[in-house]
Write a protein that binds this ligand. Sequence first.
Ligand code: HEC
Length: 152
Amino acid sequence: MTALRMGVLSVALSLVLGACGNEDRQIEARMEHAAEFMRDELDPAVDGIWLRSGWVLTDQGEESLFPDTEEGWDEVVASAQSVIALTEELKTEEYSDNDPEWIAISDGLIVAAELARDAAQAREEQALFDAGGQMYRVCLACHQRYAMEAPE
Ligand code: HEC
């Protein structure tokens, strides 16, 4: 199923990128496959952390985004756990093509997500906020390293 999808992507990309070499096309297809995974899976999971941590200024003053119920905190823990699981998937050959740098950056995301999970488990707001920032810097590092056009 995945091989088929990659195949379809390669065909589509080879039509678009007729001028590029075969290897370029393969990399391009792998990046597109990764982008789909980000859009559909990883991004929604990290939002479960980012949208629940920090402070925003409103008319009423500073408003906390952190959960104020046990259930809310548990949802953040669950989001962090799914970020960890998804990033394990990102490390597999399907996405990484066994590129050691790709895998090392992904490991950095797992470490940061584990910090977020532990902070949410301990109900520690500042630690969760810091871990969220650390996660963001890893996203950025990988995008700067691999993205054809940096998405964010
Ligand atoms: C190991 C590398 C890697 C890591 C880590 C990573 N990304 Fe990505 N991401 C990519 C690649 C490659 C693309 C595709 C770039 C392109 O098409 O130019 C991408 C694309 C995206 C896109 C754009 C998808 C689209 O619509 O085209 C989003 C959104 C995104 N990533 C979110 C994230 C977030 C949020 C994180 C961190 C929690 C993250 N990514 C971490 C490699 C990574």
